[in-house]
Design a protein around this ligand. Sequence first.
Ligand code: HEM
Length: 107
Amino acid sequence: MYIVQTAAHYMSDCFVEPYKFDIDRYLPPRNEHNGPGYAPYGLDAHTCTGRAWMHLHLTITMLLVAYYFEFEPLPRDYKLKINPFPALSVTGKLRLRIANQLQEFPT
Ligand code: HEM
């Protein structure tokens, strides 16, 4: 049995207009990610114990990448394609190049 955790992302009883990119759905008072339709770390008794650790490290990694580099897709007019299975993500065809290094690395 395979549980498709991302299936609920497309259900309108979990997310308002589920096919629309709407970053504000995560802001209060909507907080749509706090409902049962979004469960990247599982739900209930066996919820991932590494959840907080992962949030911290993903946040630090993203901040460092954005602090040091500016990226652009290759080719520059590449149209982003999404693959919903097994987890919602961009397809493996996306290629990025470093367009600018924004900061010097500490020595
Ligand atoms: C982005 C990274 C991660 C994701 C998406 C993730 C997701 C999950 C999911 C979906 C489960 C299963 C929940 C269930 O059975 O209902 C789980 C369980 C678990 N995860 Fe993670 N996890 C991540 C990283 C980590 C890390 C870094 C650690 C440890 C440092 C960790 C430790 C655990 C443990 C111990 C369980 C079993 C909990 C239990 O059965 O009581 N996970 N995780």
